[in-house]
Design a protein around this ligand. Structure first.
Ligand code: ADP
Ligand code: UDP
Length: 242
């Protein structure tokens, strides 16, 4: 692929800006320092976040790709920017949980940290105004968000990602509690899109259960990006923040 340059801003999301390029099959994702929670109702700037998440995501996407997961990730372009395949995104979030936390604890009145065996799989409809409501395969098909086959493939890939990443984080003495993935279609194939970073998962220290993910922001615990950097250091993500 030749040099890729940003053309037009296609979409400005809560954390990333998406640009078209000269190549119709590729986009540039710019990871910003904006940090949001509660469906965008709280937004703050956290220094270094864009660069940490971009480089963290690149590392994870490369590990997943090596393990056979089809992903949109093409290459790192700069500290805050990556080139990805331009996909038609399914407007749904796939969530797998290995331990109870967050909305599952609230919904079912569970104790945080309860081990979930087998791990759970949930779908949420991506719509901030509606607060990303929980949905299911039937609703996704009826409303044309994805076909039954596409959902089955996304679910299969999400569980494969869980197996790969549980091991990877375990090597850094971290528990992968839960995470969210987004999938899209590229030439008709379901591929992993968006990002995998501490913004979209829960990671706890194996011994102390200290939170090292976005819950530090949601719960006002402080040292949010320091937590992300600690995770990066433990799993040997090379961070180059200049
Ligand atoms: P949000 O839309 O939730 O505010 P972001 O700020 O992360 O999220 O914005 C990034 C947007 O880019 C998301 O809507 C995501 O679905 C979309 N996206 C991610 N990867 C791709 C891709 N490969 N092709 C097209 N769109 C993508
Ligand atoms: N998640 C996400 N984006 C969302 C909603 C959830 O990345 O819009 C991630 C979240 O970080 C966690 C997992 O998905 O790792 C499960 O989130 P949950 O349903 O518990 O919701 P929360 O309580 O985090 O809002």
């Amino acid at each position: 692929m030749s040099a890729v340059e940003k053309k037009d801003l296609l979409y400005k999301g809560k954390a990333k800006s998406v640009y078209t390029t000269d190549d119709p099959d590729h986009l540039i994702l710019v990871f910003r320092d904006d940090t949001s929670a509660f469906d965008g109702k709280r937004v703050e700037q956290l220094s270094r976040k864009g660069a940490v998440n971009n480089q963290f995501n690149a590392f994870i996407m490369e590990r997943l790709s090596e393990a056979g997961i089809p992903t949109h990730f093409t290459k790192l372009l700069g500290p805050n920017e990556s080139v990805v395949k331009k996909m038609s995104m399914m407007p749904i979030e796939c969530v797998v949980r290995n331990r109870a936390a967050g909305s599952l604890v609230r919904r079912l009145g569970l104790e945080e940290g309860m081990v979930l065996s087998p791990p759970t799989f949930e779908l949420f409809y991506k719509d901030d105004a509606l607060g990303d409501p929980m949905v299911n395969e039937s609703l996704a098909q009826t409303f044309g968000w994805a076909t039954a086959d596409q959902i089955a493939r996304a679910k299969e890939l999400t569980f494969e990602v869980n197996d790969i990443l549980k091991d990877l984080f375990d090597q850094g003495d971290l528990v992968l509690v839960d995470f969210k993935l987004e999938f899209g279609l590229f030439n008709g194939e379901v591929m992993l899109g968006d990002e995998f970073s501490p913004d979209g998962c829960r990671l706890w220290d194996k011994e102390t259960l200290k939170k090292l993910d976005k819950d530090r922001f949601r719960q006002g615990l402080g040292d949010v990006i320091e937590g992300y950097e600690e995770v990066a250091r433990r799993i040997k993500v090379p961070l180059d923040l200049v």
